[in-house]
Design a protein around this ligand. Structure first.
Ligand code: GLY
Length: 372
């Protein structure tokens, strides 16, 4: 039995564990069984993840006498749309998945978000278990209950808050990620240090290279600390009336850049978060909120990790600063037409504000574009 770390998310009737360990997928049946009213589950995954991890999950279930059926969706962000969502819900109904049954989401953020949303609406809500296989999903999207799909008007605009019943984060699954996907997830890891834990950022500066090289203990620590921080914020503000927006550090810039690059491979979400964090610190320094050294330190660390840091790292054309600012206005975090930014008084000291002069944002964007 691998050494397991557990982060409890104390949300009353919706409380659950996030369990973090190596080889957890192989061993997942023993974790899943206590949640079952009858010995069967429905699994939804994607082509890539199913190839890498479904056999281990299924072997464990079979060995424990748990029947399963599986739906495999195409890998990629375009799966997070109405047609694949409808297909998933109708498949679950065709499989006669009942109100007391459990659906398993085996995959990255796309599968977790879509399956969570399907579970939220199926028979007015059934339970689901997240088995996140990407770093981004392990440290962010599988925890906290945000579920949903994309609309033509923007990302994640259709969805529901629906907490999972259990999250099983298998650190060994991270071995199968491409270096680019791992580093994209790292954008969300660094976000936690920057928003609320300077000592975690220090730790990442020292241990980041070990994480990339595959040190599983270091990876387990980074996932656990990220999940602890996320859980603490989600418990304070489950439905994002206030503090939960801290988790969007870097995301206002990121969402504009993702829209500008057509949600394509030119910029992965976590890469946009990394660039967005660097820009948020630049903006904070220019507004006199944090020292000039802070944005330099953020950028130096991201650069040393080999992830995207600057707008110059995005291939192809980008629109003007004015257009990027307009795209920020489409963000779903806009309240009463006011853009909400997450700025920082220093590393580990972020806060939410709508009091950001438009000119300051424009000048940060103009300078970042000019440096390309
Ligand atoms: N990914 C941000 C949140 O869960 O609130």
């Amino acid at each position: 039995m691998p050494t397991m770390q557990t982060v409890f998310v104390p949300l009353g009737a919706r409380a659950y564990d996030v369990r973090i360990a190596q080889d957890l997928i192989v061993d997942s049946a023993s974790h899943i069984a206590p949640f079952l009213r009858r010995p069967r589950v429905a699994i939804v995954s994607d082509d890539n993840v199913a190839q890498a991890h479904l056999p281990a999950l299924v072997a464990g279930l079979q060995a424990s006498g748990i029947a399963h059926s599986t739906l495999t969706l195409p890998a990629g962000e375009t799966t997070k749309t109405w047609p694949e969502f409808t297909r998933t819900v109708e498949w679950l109904l065709a499989e006669k998945i009942e109100r007391q049954d459990v659906v398993i989401a085996l995959g990255g953020g796309v599968i977790g978000d879509l399956v969570g949303f399907a579970a939220a609406v199926l028979r007015r809500g059934i339970r689901f278990i997240q088995i996140p296989t990407s770093l981004l999903a392990q440290v962010d999207s599988s925890v906290g209950g945000k579920t949903g799909i994309n609309a033509p008007q923007g990302k994640n605009l259709i969805g529901a808050f629906h907490q999972p019943s259990l999250v099983l984060a298998d650190i060994s699954a991270l071995d199968t990620l491409t270096p680019r996907d791992f580093l994209a997830g790292y954008g969300e890891v660094i976000k936690y240090g920057l928003l609320g834990d300077a000592s975690f950022f220090d730790w990442l500066e020292t241990n980041g290279p070990n994480l990339v090289q595959g040190d599983r203990d270091a990876r387990a620590h980074a996932v656990r600390r990220s999940v602890e921080m996320k859980a603490e914020i989600v418990v304070r503000d489950e439905t994002e009336q206030g503090d939960r927006a801290l988790l969007n550090l870097g995301h206002t810039f990121c969402h504009a850049l993702e829209a500008a690059t057509g949600y394509s491979d030119r910029l992965l979400h976590g890469e946009g978060v990394a660039i967005g964090c660097a820009l948020a610190f630049e903006l904070s320094a220019r507004l006199g909120l944090c020292s000039q050294e802070d944005p330099s330190r953020v950028r130096a660390h991201l650069r040393s990790m080999g992830t995207k840091v600057d707008l110059a790292d995005i291939a192809g054309d980008l629109p003007t600063a004015e257009t990027l600012l307009d795209l920020m206005g489409q963000d779903k975090k806009v309240v009463d037409g006011q853009l909400r930014f997450i700025l920082a008084n220093g590393i580990g000291a972020a806060f939410v504000t709508t009091q950001v002069p438009r000119d300051a944002v424009l000048s940060v964007l103009k300078d970042a574009l000019a440096a390309r």
